[in-house]
Write a new protein. Structure first.
Length: 267
């Protein structure tokens, strides 16, 4: 059964969608089977960020019962799968997110990781995203108001029976007034899975003619390196696997891996 991780925050604009897309790609580059779901059904923009075209069938159609979930799954970068949300206001009004959890449960067995890009706030649609999660990854800025918001989301998630596992600190500029990770950990009683620096390339990736998440466009930029570290923590990978840009396994490394397994078994 794939692990369902909801990426949530207090307010909008802290980097949930950016982190969902880039961490998702980083996991896919490590050969995990990944599904991203745009659960921000009112302000869908995960597909845009992934550089994908508008999709004919979306999560909206699935949630109103007009399409099967399989029909709403598309192929994205690095071989990941994703389910977009609809852009039409009309279909949004008809959507009931109460079915989200059932939809997620239906597809999760086929993947290693299902990442849900949650809407901001603690309204009903957010609660559905939190309730559908096995684990919640909270995104905050290193400022007190942002941390206070995320604490509320953490409490709501716990009340809904999900497990907030960790925090990612985004938009770090290394400025004096920023709250230190140590204090963030104490305030939220959660580990920090990574600090993503403010990196102008993140926004620039969105402004190119061909939109491409930063991890693909600038794999060696500071934010991309930080995203891969977060992905490694999410996947429970070891330290030496943290920073290298992901590669599909070549023939030789596959052979080597088989050889190593063989050796371990024969001991
Ligand atoms: N580390 C970062 N450095 C620079 N810009 C960032 C960073 N993370 C996110 N952004 C930008 O901030 C804006 C909000 O990010 P987004 O992922 O849409 O937030 P949310 O989904 O939480 O509303 C976007 O324009 C995005 O490109
Ligand atoms: Mg978003």
């Amino acid at each position: 059964m794939g692990k369902v991780i909801t990426v949530a925050s207090g307010k909008g604009g802290v980097g949930k969608t950016t982190i969902t897309a880039n961490v998702g790609i980083a996991l896919a580059q490590k050969n995990f089977k990944v599904l991203l779901i745009d659960a921000d059904i009112a302000m869908a923009n995960l597909s845009l960020l992934l550089g994908m075209q508008a999709s004919p069938i979306t999560l909206h159609d699935v949630l109103v019962g007009e399409s099967t979930v399989e029909d709403a799954i598309y192929e994205g970068p690095a071989g990941l799968n994703f389910i977009p949300s609809g852009l039409s206001l009309e279909s949004y009004k008809r959507v009931d997110t109460e079915r989200l959890e059932a939809v997620v449960k239906e597809v999760a067995p086929k993947y290693d990781f299902v990442l849900l890009d949650a809407p901001p706030g603690i309204e009903k649609n957010v609660m559905s995203s939190l309730a559908a999660a096995d684990e919640i990854l909270l995104i905050t800025m290193p400022t007190s108001p942002s941390i206070a918001d995320v604490l509320k989301t953490k409490i709501v998630g716990q009340r809904l029976g999900s497990n907030p596992i960790a925090v990612v600190v985004n938009f770090s500029m290394g400025e004096k007034g920023e709250i230190a990770n140590e204090d963030i950990m104490k305030m939220l009683e959660l580990p920090v899975y990574g600090t993503i620096p403010y990196d102008p390339e993140v926004r620039r990736s969105f402004m190119q003619q061909k939109v491409q998440p930063i991890i693909l466009r600038k794999p060696s930029s500071p934010a991309s390196i930080a995203m891969r570290k977060v992905a490694a923590r999410v996947a429970g990978l070891k330290a030496h696997e943290l920073t290298a840009p992901g590669k599909k396994q070549g023939f030789l490394s596959k052979l080597l891996a088989i050889f190593k397994i063989g050796k371990r078994k024969s001991k």
